[in-house]
Unconditional design. Structure first.
Length: 154
């Protein structure tokens, strides 16, 4: 169980709202499927949430630019059903990406398998995102959101 990390609120949920930030600092919220990775019994790592998307999606582009994010439980339409949690998201590859996909496949049977079949005919590369709750240690604050560009005086 991941309640001590702040991610336990997602265990019984089907969707989460992933808030990422554009270069101008504007927040964009997207409802996504996710899988919560089990944490090792001996505290051998941070709790993680895995999400998949296409490599050319807006959320993937925003995360490549700035990994600051917030997450909250939501419904399929993106209506938030709980508290926001500050987080950090990154694109992962290799074994970690494989683990994320296996967890997603297990959670969303048979819908994920149907989508996997349909992607055989698509030309979009998929990527896996790993999301961790932001640490709240000394000096921790809200996600680092890019500053908005100065307003034009023209």
């Amino acid at each position: 169980m991941n309640t001590e990390t702040g991610l336990g609120v997602f265990e019984a949920q089907k969707y989460l709202s992933l808030e990422t930030y554009r270069r101008n600092g504007r927040a964009v919220q997207t409802p996504v499927w996710f899988a919560l990775a089990p944490t090792p019994a001996r505290g051998g790592g941070d709790a993680k949430i895995y999400v998949y998307t296409t490599a050319d999606s807006g959320k993937a582009k925003r995360i490549r630019n700035n990994g600051a994010a917030r997450i909250a439980p939501c419904d399929a339409r993106g209506r938030v059903k709980g508290q926001w949690t500050d987080a950090h998201a990154e694109i992962v590859t290799g074994q970690e990406a494989g683990l994320g996909m296996r967890l997603l496949n297990r959670k969303y049977v048979p819908w994920k398998q149907i989508l996997d079949f349909l992607t055989l005919f698509a030309r979009h590369e998929r990527v896996v995102l790993a999301i961790r709750a932001a640490s709240r240690g000394a000096g921790a604050s809200s996600p680092t959101v890019p500053a908005a560009p100065p307003a034009s005086t023209c």
